[in-house]
Design a binder for this molecule. Structure first.
Ligand SMILES: [Zn+2]
Length: 105
């Protein structure tokens, strides 16, 4: 049985919780909404949970998108990935920021 980490470690725990909440590889479906999804590609729908799982799964890609957004701006990211992607990406980043902020309190 796993011991609970000290409070200062909650960030990584929270990330892990989100990960298991939104994505189970075994079922190849997004836990939160039950949609089937090919994890190698972007979700074709506008389901926030599917996109959340996508960004969680492709962490390096998400970091790259974040870097592009911060350094080149929103318009640049839209031109690379499209409007739908950027909307979902920003929603994901906001959700992540809120959850991490909550974990620090
Ligand atoms: Zn979904």
């Amino acid at each position: 049985m796993m011991e609970l980490e000290p409070k200062k470690e909650l960030n990584s725990i929270e990330r892990g919780k989100l990960m298991s909440l939104y994505w189970t590889q075994r079922n190849e479906e997004v836990t939160a909404c039950g949609h089937k999804w090919n994890k190698n590609g972007e979700p074709r729908n506008n389901c926030t949970d599917c996109w959340f799982a996508f960004f969680q799964t492709h962490g390096e890609f998400t970091q790259l998108a974040e870097k592009c957004f911060k350094e080149e701006g929103r318009a640049a990211l839209v031109s690379f990935r499209g409007e739908k992607f950027v909307k979902q990406f920003l929603r994901f980043m906001r959700t992540l920021a809120v959850s991490l902020k909550g974990a620090n309190e």
